[in-house]
Design a protein around this ligand. Structure first.
Ligand SMILES: [Zn+2]
Length: 189
């Protein structure tokens, strides 16, 4: 279910701000569909910094592991990345489903190159994926009324406790399990 208190525009704006601050660029000039690695010259350290900023703004925990790593961990070594370090066909299928309409994902590409297809929009989608799991009720007082003073952090409308979202890695794991159950992309692993 969509988070009723946080707009997708706000998420996009915060992703641009986080990228701009980390990479010392002008937020307004950041295209949501550019490659963060190739177009904005971000390193893996920069990604950690960008995620950290977004986690603080929204009060969430984003995934720390990539989808392919989760597949390897949950469905078995070699399922997502072959012995040459290349993405397997079913893993490429799953990545396309996960990342949405992002060009550049192909079976046989090097797993190391997957990070280059990540765009600001992909990061924003990852934030929204967590925000959309806002629970029905406060974990402290069970009230079912949420509020947001700044349009980014959500708190209980009754006791004021910050909303507790599932973390990004758990959501990714659950998503992989669902897709595998429904589509058997990886055979009957
Ligand atoms: Zn409460």
């Amino acid at each position: 279910m969509a988070n009723p208190l946080i707009s997708n525009d706000r998420v996009a704006q915060e992703v641009r701000e986080a990228l701009a601050t980390t990479l010392r660029q002008d937020a307004a000039g950041i295209d949501m569909n550019t490659s963060i690695v190739n177009g904005l010259s971000a390193t893996s350290i920069d990604f950690l910094d960008i995620n950290f900023r977004l986690e603080n703004v929204f009060g969430i925990q984003l995934a720390t592991q990539l989808l392919l790593d989760h597949v390897e961990e949950d469905l078995g070594e070699g399922k997502a990345i072959d012995r040459d370090g290349k993405v397997t066909a079913p893993a490429a299928e799953m990545l396309k489903m996960y990342l949405g309409d992002v060009p550049g994902i192909e079976a046989g590409m090097f797993a190391d190159e997957v990070a280059t297809v990540v765009t600001p929009q992909v990061v924003a989608d990852g934030v929204v994926r967590v925000l959309d799991t806002l629970p029905d009720a406060c974990t402290l007082c069970q009230a079912t009324e949420w509020k947001s003073d700044d349009g980014a952090k959500v708190a209980c409308g009754s006791c004021g406790k910050d909303a507790e979202y599932p973390n990004g890695d758990d959501l990714t794991k659950a998503w992989i399990a669902d897709v595998q159950r429904e589509q058997q992309l990886f055979g009957d692993a």
